[in-house]
Design a binder for this molecule. Sequence first.
Ligand code: 9UX
Length: 72
Amino acid sequence: NILVCRLHIKGMTCTSCSSTVEYALQAFPGVQRASVALAIEEAEIRYDRRIVSASQLIHAVEETGFEAILVT
Ligand code: 9UX
């Protein structure tokens, strides 16, 4: 029940932006690990699908002020 998804995140311009997104994802219930790569505008998230869905992860990113699109 552990899945990995990648999100394309629009609007990040600095490392502070990417840290904000990364911390928000890391703190979200059900997320085991999240890393955000600013250069490629992507987040990779390992999560427990019994606790959280990909669409909830997208909403968590959008709460921080950035647009997120599911890649895989
Ligand atoms: Mo610095 Mo990133 O204001 O938006 S956090 S560019």
